[in-house]
Design a protein around this ligand. Sequence first.
Ligand code: NI
Ligand code: MN
Length: 228
Amino acid sequence: MSIRVTWLGHAALALEIDGTHVLVDPYLSGNPLAAADPATIPTDYILVTHGHGDHVGDTVSIAKRTDARVIANNEVAHWIARQGVRNTHGMNPDGAVNFGFARIALTMAVHSSSLPDGSYGGQANGILLTARDGTKLYLAGDTGVFADMQRIGAKGIDLAVLPIGGNYTMGPDEALEAVRLIAPRAVLPIHYNTFPLIQVDAAGWAQRVHNETASRVIIVDPGGSFTL
Ligand code: NI
Ligand code: MN
């Protein structure tokens, strides 16, 4: 089996896991870095970390077009259902569920969450995805750094997807601290360079991580892919 990871810009990812198409936080319309068309992208599942517009993004229109199953916390899942999406699944942290293509658990995140119309979005989350062969992805979502990342890292993370842009999430210094706590085999930095407030020298950050940790940083341009 293999997992193909494509960064679609900002916090949006496309994962292809044994032929199953999984979108994460598909903010494409209005995303200056968007590297996919929400009207055509193939989608079986959509994972949403929290209610902010730059994460919910095109979830409703893509789910209506494809009948993809939307997985999020209870509040976000109920809100998505109220927008007319038929196939939703609400969860809360550590209640892992096997969806066939992978086992999914929400994790904590240190962040706020409200939906685009101001509705309560519950707590913001990260996502722990365990593929059938045991490959583990930790998608931190929007978050500050927190000590329990060490506990998540103790599970043995193959790829950590971390925000590095600052202002709305942890910035480069805290993201480096997060890499130390998680100690993943590889790290993909996201949530940077979308807007002026979150401009980051990703290559410089990667150099620091390589100098100070044993983790490998994968930098891709929006639309770029790699395989785990
Ligand atoms: Ni957010
Ligand atoms: Mn965000």
